[in-house]
Design a protein. Sequence first.
Length: 273
Amino acid sequence: MTLSRSQVLGLLEANGLRPSRALGQNFVADPNTVRRIARLAGIGPGDRVVEVGAGIGSLTLALVEAGADVTAVEVDRHLLPVLRSVVEPAGATVVEGDAMRLDWHDLLGDGPWHLVANLPYNIATPLICDLLDGVPAITDLLVMVQREVGERLAAPPGSGSYGSVSVKVRYWATATVVGKVPPSVFVPRPNVDSALVRIVRRPEGPAVPPDVVAAGRLFEVVGAGFAHRRKMLRGALAGVVDPASFAAAGVPETSRAEELDVEAWGRLAAFRQ
């Protein structure tokens, strides 16, 4: 039911299509890979799944094959007729739209929804952050992203990949790299490896409750800290937090940004200068 490499190439050629570099299009052309993604996402019969950047439908078909009720979002008007011809007969719903501008509440309504996607590299990080911030109906995500992006999304404190995006994800969710994907399964073949990242929203809400510190204030402090990540925090956060906040929060002023978990950032941000 999924598309082989020859079928992907045949669909592109028959319709006079070429993957758009501007849209970051790299189509998965391997049935084993898309079935693996559906399996790692934990998708089963009756699950509601939204897919972003559906392309010509390789992953969409695997999700439908797993029994999911799939809404496939695609922005490229040139691909839409092909996508519809491939996945609508299988039962998927196709929506034309830019994921960065969609009215997600209007599209999804109440949860729970799963998001499963081979995300274009140029929107992966901002889209994931926006969805975590503003679309609680999506309770978990399984995304395929550039390997370095995936490592940042899932990085723990103290690692070289840990940064402000890692804190953002940990504020809302848990994240784990659950697999790697080689360039050979894509058309066209990218120059980088990809990672599969599973992100599960915290059912109890954000790691730092808003009544402790507002999210805006928290990420103002986090952003300032990582903007000067080579500096000790007493220097990086000068003018952003009161020097007395370090002792009150139990955070050594000689710490560096990558050493603090989200809870420590929350304690530090709760004190204003």
